[in-house]
Design a binder for this molecule. Structure first.
Ligand code: MN
Ligand code: MN
Length: 301
Protein backbone atom coordinates (compact mmCIF):
# COMPACT_ATOMS: atom_id res chain seq x y z
CA UNK A 1 0.00 0.00 0.00
CA UNK A 2 2.82 2.42 0.84
CA UNK A 3 5.25 1.24 -1.82
CA UNK A 4 5.32 4.72 -3.33
CA UNK A 5 7.25 5.93 -0.26
CA UNK A 6 11.02 5.84 -0.03
CA UNK A 7 11.59 5.16 3.67
CA UNK A 8 15.28 6.12 3.57
CA UNK A 9 14.44 9.48 2.02
CA UNK A 10 11.63 9.99 4.53
CA UNK A 11 13.94 9.23 7.47
CA UNK A 12 16.56 11.66 6.17
CA UNK A 13 14.02 14.45 5.73
CA UNK A 14 12.43 13.79 9.13
CA UNK A 15 15.85 13.87 10.83
CA UNK A 16 16.82 17.05 8.99
CA UNK A 17 13.50 18.65 9.96
CA UNK A 18 13.97 18.10 13.71
CA UNK A 19 17.70 18.89 13.69
CA UNK A 20 17.02 21.89 11.44
CA UNK A 21 14.49 23.10 13.96
CA UNK A 22 17.00 22.87 16.84
CA UNK A 23 19.61 24.68 14.74
CA UNK A 24 17.17 27.48 13.91
CA UNK A 25 16.36 27.80 17.62
CA UNK A 26 20.03 27.94 18.68
CA UNK A 27 20.98 30.31 15.85
CA UNK A 28 18.04 32.68 16.26
CA UNK A 29 18.16 32.86 20.06
CA UNK A 30 21.25 35.08 19.92
CA UNK A 31 19.28 37.82 18.14
CA UNK A 32 15.86 37.23 19.71
CA UNK A 33 14.06 40.52 20.43
CA UNK A 34 16.55 42.58 18.41
CA UNK A 35 15.32 44.58 15.43
CA UNK A 36 16.64 43.88 11.94
CA UNK A 37 18.58 47.15 11.98
CA UNK A 38 20.09 46.44 15.41
CA UNK A 39 21.25 43.06 14.09
CA UNK A 40 22.84 44.54 10.98
CA UNK A 41 24.53 47.31 13.00
CA UNK A 42 26.05 44.74 15.35
CA UNK A 43 26.79 41.80 13.03
CA UNK A 44 26.38 42.86 9.42
CA UNK A 45 24.63 39.67 8.39
CA UNK A 46 24.26 37.39 11.40
CA UNK A 47 25.13 33.81 10.40
CA UNK A 48 27.00 31.93 13.17
CA UNK A 49 25.86 29.92 16.19
CA UNK A 50 27.55 31.80 19.03
CA UNK A 51 25.10 31.69 21.95
CA UNK A 52 24.63 34.76 24.15
CA UNK A 53 21.56 36.87 23.48
CA UNK A 54 19.15 38.00 26.17
CA UNK A 55 19.09 34.44 27.60
CA UNK A 56 22.93 34.30 27.82
CA UNK A 57 23.06 30.92 26.13
CA UNK A 58 26.03 28.69 25.48
CA UNK A 59 26.83 28.32 21.76
CA UNK A 60 24.52 25.61 20.40
CA UNK A 61 22.16 25.69 23.37
CA UNK A 62 18.47 25.34 22.44
CA UNK A 63 15.49 26.98 24.16
CA UNK A 64 11.83 26.24 24.94
CA UNK A 65 10.95 25.67 21.28
CA UNK A 66 13.13 22.57 20.99
CA UNK A 67 12.64 21.54 24.62
CA UNK A 68 8.83 21.51 24.39
CA UNK A 69 8.98 19.54 21.13
CA UNK A 70 11.22 17.01 22.88
CA UNK A 71 8.70 16.79 25.76
CA UNK A 72 6.04 15.72 23.24
CA UNK A 73 8.39 13.34 21.43
CA UNK A 74 9.43 11.60 24.67
CA UNK A 75 5.81 11.17 25.74
CA UNK A 76 4.90 9.46 22.46
CA UNK A 77 8.00 7.27 22.32
CA UNK A 78 7.82 6.19 25.95
CA UNK A 79 4.13 5.28 25.84
CA UNK A 80 4.06 4.12 22.21
CA UNK A 81 0.72 5.90 21.91
CA UNK A 82 -0.76 9.38 21.82
CA UNK A 83 -1.41 10.43 25.44
CA UNK A 84 -2.18 14.08 26.17
CA UNK A 85 -1.70 13.43 29.91
CA UNK A 86 1.78 12.10 29.26
CA UNK A 87 2.60 15.17 27.16
CA UNK A 88 1.21 17.55 29.78
CA UNK A 89 3.12 15.67 32.51
CA UNK A 90 6.33 16.21 30.56
CA UNK A 91 5.51 19.90 30.10
CA UNK A 92 4.89 20.16 33.86
CA UNK A 93 8.17 18.42 34.76
CA UNK A 94 9.97 20.65 32.28
CA UNK A 95 8.45 23.83 33.76
CA UNK A 96 9.44 22.67 37.26
CA UNK A 97 13.00 22.12 36.03
CA UNK A 98 13.34 25.92 35.61
CA UNK A 99 13.87 26.04 31.84
CA UNK A 100 15.96 28.81 30.34
CA UNK A 101 12.80 30.33 28.81
CA UNK A 102 9.03 29.77 28.72
CA UNK A 103 6.41 31.91 27.00
CA UNK A 104 3.58 33.41 29.09
CA UNK A 105 0.76 31.52 27.37
CA UNK A 106 2.65 28.24 27.66
CA UNK A 107 3.33 28.85 31.34
CA UNK A 108 -0.31 29.69 31.99
CA UNK A 109 -1.56 26.54 30.25
CA UNK A 110 0.94 24.25 31.96
CA UNK A 111 0.09 25.76 35.36
CA UNK A 112 -3.62 25.15 34.71
CA UNK A 113 -2.78 21.50 34.05
CA UNK A 114 -0.67 21.27 37.21
CA UNK A 115 -3.36 22.90 39.36
CA UNK A 116 -6.58 21.58 37.82
CA UNK A 117 -5.61 18.78 35.44
CA UNK A 118 -6.79 20.98 32.58
CA UNK A 119 -5.77 19.47 29.23
CA UNK A 120 -7.60 21.98 27.05
CA UNK A 121 -7.27 25.69 27.62
CA UNK A 122 -10.52 27.62 27.16
CA UNK A 123 -10.85 29.35 23.77
CA UNK A 124 -9.06 32.69 23.85
CA UNK A 125 -9.11 35.15 21.00
CA UNK A 126 -5.88 36.79 22.23
CA UNK A 127 -3.70 33.69 22.61
CA UNK A 128 -2.53 33.65 19.01
CA UNK A 129 1.14 33.42 19.90
CA UNK A 130 3.40 30.98 18.11
CA UNK A 131 3.95 28.75 21.18
CA UNK A 132 1.81 25.89 19.88
CA UNK A 133 3.01 26.09 16.27
CA UNK A 134 6.68 25.97 17.30
CA UNK A 135 6.38 22.43 18.73
CA UNK A 136 4.29 20.53 16.18
CA UNK A 137 7.07 18.37 14.77
CA UNK A 138 6.57 15.22 16.90
CA UNK A 139 2.82 15.25 16.16
CA UNK A 140 3.55 15.54 12.45
CA UNK A 141 6.13 12.73 12.40
CA UNK A 142 4.02 10.35 14.49
CA UNK A 143 0.99 10.83 12.21
CA UNK A 144 2.81 10.30 8.88
CA UNK A 145 1.21 10.20 6.31
CA UNK A 146 -2.34 10.42 7.73
CA UNK A 147 -3.85 13.91 7.37
CA UNK A 148 -6.71 13.29 9.82
CA UNK A 149 -4.43 11.98 12.57
CA UNK A 150 -2.16 14.94 11.92
CA UNK A 151 -4.97 17.40 12.63
CA UNK A 152 -6.06 15.58 15.77
CA UNK A 153 -2.56 15.38 17.27
CA UNK A 154 -1.47 18.86 16.24
CA UNK A 155 -4.58 20.52 17.66
CA UNK A 156 -4.75 18.48 20.86
CA UNK A 157 -1.16 19.32 21.78
CA UNK A 158 -1.76 22.96 20.83
CA UNK A 159 -4.82 23.31 23.04
CA UNK A 160 -2.94 22.36 26.19
CA UNK A 161 -1.72 25.96 26.09
CA UNK A 162 -3.13 27.77 23.03
CA UNK A 163 -6.79 27.51 21.99
CA UNK A 164 -7.26 29.98 19.19
CA UNK A 165 -8.50 29.57 15.60
CA UNK A 166 -5.60 31.50 14.05
CA UNK A 167 -3.04 29.46 15.99
CA UNK A 168 -4.92 26.27 15.06
CA UNK A 169 -4.87 27.17 11.36
CA UNK A 170 -1.14 27.87 11.53
CA UNK A 171 -0.42 24.60 13.35
CA UNK A 172 -2.40 22.52 10.86
CA UNK A 173 -0.92 24.25 7.82
CA UNK A 174 2.64 23.78 9.11
CA UNK A 175 1.96 20.13 9.89
CA UNK A 176 0.50 19.55 6.43
CA UNK A 177 3.45 21.28 4.79
CA UNK A 178 5.82 19.09 6.77
CA UNK A 179 3.97 15.92 5.70
CA UNK A 180 4.10 17.06 2.09
CA UNK A 181 7.79 17.94 2.20
CA UNK A 182 8.76 14.69 3.90
CA UNK A 183 6.87 12.79 1.22
CA UNK A 184 8.81 14.66 -1.48
CA UNK A 185 6.65 17.64 -2.56
CA UNK A 186 8.27 20.43 -4.58
CA UNK A 187 8.16 24.09 -3.60
CA UNK A 188 5.54 25.01 -6.21
CA UNK A 189 3.13 22.53 -4.60
CA UNK A 190 4.01 23.80 -1.10
CA UNK A 191 3.49 27.38 -2.22
CA UNK A 192 0.00 26.54 -3.43
CA UNK A 193 -0.72 25.01 -0.04
CA UNK A 194 0.50 28.10 1.82
CA UNK A 195 -1.57 30.25 -0.55
CA UNK A 196 -4.57 28.11 0.41
CA UNK A 197 -4.08 29.15 4.05
CA UNK A 198 -3.93 32.80 2.93
CA UNK A 199 -7.15 32.35 0.93
CA UNK A 200 -8.95 31.12 4.06
CA UNK A 201 -7.20 33.49 6.49
CA UNK A 202 -6.08 36.58 4.51
CA UNK A 203 -4.22 37.85 7.58
CA UNK A 204 -1.42 35.35 6.77
CA UNK A 205 -0.66 37.03 3.39
CA UNK A 206 3.14 37.18 3.09
CA UNK A 207 3.62 38.64 -0.40
CA UNK A 208 4.49 41.50 -0.24
CA UNK A 209 6.32 40.74 3.00
CA UNK A 210 5.73 43.28 5.79
CA UNK A 211 8.93 42.49 7.67
CA UNK A 212 7.26 41.77 11.01
CA UNK A 213 8.69 38.82 12.94
CA UNK A 214 7.01 38.99 16.34
CA UNK A 215 5.72 36.10 18.43
CA UNK A 216 2.24 36.63 17.01
CA UNK A 217 1.74 33.48 14.95
CA UNK A 218 0.62 35.50 11.91
CA UNK A 219 3.85 37.54 11.84
CA UNK A 220 5.82 34.38 12.55
CA UNK A 221 4.37 32.45 9.61
CA UNK A 222 4.69 35.42 7.25
CA UNK A 223 8.40 35.55 8.06
CA UNK A 224 8.89 31.79 7.79
CA UNK A 225 7.03 31.56 4.48
CA UNK A 226 8.75 34.59 2.97
CA UNK A 227 12.21 33.19 3.66
CA UNK A 228 11.44 29.52 3.11
CA UNK A 229 9.98 30.13 -0.34
CA UNK A 230 12.75 32.44 -1.48
CA UNK A 231 15.76 30.65 0.08
CA UNK A 232 17.74 28.50 -2.35
CA UNK A 233 19.31 26.37 0.36
CA UNK A 234 19.01 25.64 4.08
CA UNK A 235 21.48 28.31 5.13
CA UNK A 236 19.86 31.05 3.05
CA UNK A 237 16.42 30.25 4.48
CA UNK A 238 17.66 30.41 8.06
CA UNK A 239 19.95 33.40 7.74
CA UNK A 240 17.19 35.41 6.06
CA UNK A 241 14.72 34.42 8.76
CA UNK A 242 16.75 35.14 11.88
CA UNK A 243 18.10 38.42 10.52
CA UNK A 244 14.55 39.74 10.70
CA UNK A 245 15.02 39.66 14.49
CA UNK A 246 11.94 39.69 16.69
CA UNK A 247 11.05 36.18 17.84
CA UNK A 248 14.08 34.96 15.92
CA UNK A 249 14.60 31.67 17.75
CA UNK A 250 11.03 30.61 17.00
CA UNK A 251 10.89 31.85 13.41
CA UNK A 252 14.31 30.20 13.01
CA UNK A 253 13.05 26.95 14.54
CA UNK A 254 9.96 26.76 12.31
CA UNK A 255 11.82 27.75 9.16
CA UNK A 256 14.60 25.31 10.10
CA UNK A 257 12.01 22.55 10.35
CA UNK A 258 10.60 23.21 6.87
CA UNK A 259 13.94 23.94 5.20
CA UNK A 260 15.63 21.00 6.94
CA UNK A 261 12.99 18.63 5.60
CA UNK A 262 13.06 20.20 2.16
CA UNK A 263 16.82 20.28 1.59
CA UNK A 264 17.76 17.21 3.69
CA UNK A 265 20.69 16.42 6.01
CA UNK A 266 23.28 17.02 3.26
CA UNK A 267 22.31 20.69 3.10
CA UNK A 268 22.78 21.44 6.80
CA UNK A 269 26.08 23.33 7.20
CA UNK A 270 28.65 21.22 9.09
CA UNK A 271 29.86 24.26 11.01
CA UNK A 272 26.36 24.71 12.49
CA UNK A 273 25.87 21.04 13.28
CA UNK A 274 29.24 20.88 15.05
CA UNK A 275 28.28 23.81 17.30
CA UNK A 276 25.09 22.14 18.52
CA UNK A 277 24.76 20.47 21.92
CA UNK A 278 25.72 16.89 21.01
CA UNK A 279 23.36 15.34 23.57
CA UNK A 280 20.39 17.22 22.14
CA UNK A 281 21.23 16.12 18.61
CA UNK A 282 21.71 12.49 19.74
CA UNK A 283 18.33 12.49 21.48
CA UNK A 284 16.63 14.08 18.46
CA UNK A 285 18.04 11.35 16.21
CA UNK A 286 16.68 8.60 18.45
CA UNK A 287 13.29 10.32 18.80
CA UNK A 288 12.93 10.83 15.04
CA UNK A 289 13.70 7.20 14.30
CA UNK A 290 11.18 5.95 16.89
CA UNK A 291 8.48 8.45 15.88
CA UNK A 292 8.73 7.52 12.21
CA UNK A 293 8.83 3.79 13.03
CA UNK A 294 5.70 4.13 15.21
CA UNK A 295 3.79 6.22 12.64
CA UNK A 296 1.19 4.63 10.32
CA UNK A 297 3.79 4.93 7.56
CA UNK A 298 6.55 3.24 9.55
CA UNK A 299 4.26 0.43 10.65
CA UNK A 300 3.32 -0.35 7.02
CA UNK A 301 6.93 -0.68 5.89
MN1 MN B 1 12.59 30.00 22.52
MN1 MN C 1 11.01 32.65 20.83
Amino acid sequence: MFTQYDLEDIRDRARAAFIGMAIGDALGATVEFMTASEISAKYGTFREIIGGGWLRLKPGQVTDDTEMALCIARAIVKNQTWSLEAIADNFAAWLKSRPVDCGDTCRKGIRAYMLHGQLESPPNEWDAGNGAAMRIIPAALYSLPDGELLKKYVIEQAHITHNNPVSDAACICLGQLLHMIICGAEKSRLRRHADGLVARFPTFAFDPYRGLATGYVVDTLQTVFHWFFRGRNFEECLVGTVNQGGDADTTGAICGMLAGAYFGMEAIPRRWLKKMDARVIAEIEIMVERLVDASPLGRMM
